[in-house]
Design a protein around this ligand. Structure first.
Ligand code: HEM
Length: 90
């Protein structure tokens, strides 16, 4: 349905990357950052109360791992857009 293309939905760029997928990854990265932040706070509280366990630690590792992969994707996006648009004026 949505035929908007480019790095951002409203950029009007002529990239060949469909927008929905990029937007979905960016949104996921954004929400994961909140989950990760909450998990870090839970970790700090657990340590302060001397109730730290491995599962409390993994609570932060899991969203961080997902952040890493969605983050790598976001990092590669502008380069992928350039590669796809050809060699430019050369
Ligand atoms: C683990 C490795 C991570 C990598 C490789 C990574 C990479 C990236 C990249 C490339 C972007 C896009 C920047 C742009 O606009 O061009 C981004 C956006 C962002 N990152 Fe990460 N990130 C990582 C972890 C985190 C963490 C730990 C947080 C916060 C707890 C975070 C929060 C955000 C937020 C809020 C944005 C803006 C998202 C938006 O556009 O709404 N990231 N990240």
């Amino acid at each position: 349905m949505n035929t908007v293309r480019g790095r951002y939905a409203d950029s009007g760029s002529s990239s060949e990357v469909p927008m929905n997928w990029n937007k979905w990854i960016r949104q996921t990265h954004r929400w994961l950052s909140m989950a990760f932040t909450v998990a870090v706070i839970v970790n700090i509280v657990a340590i302060a109360q001397k109730k730290y366990t491995t599962s409390v630690g993994l609570l932060a590792v899991f969203p961080l791992a997902l952040q890493f992969f969605t983050g790598l994707y976001l990092f590669a996006l502008p380069y992928a857009t350039k590669w796809r648009s050809g060699r430019g004026t050369d």
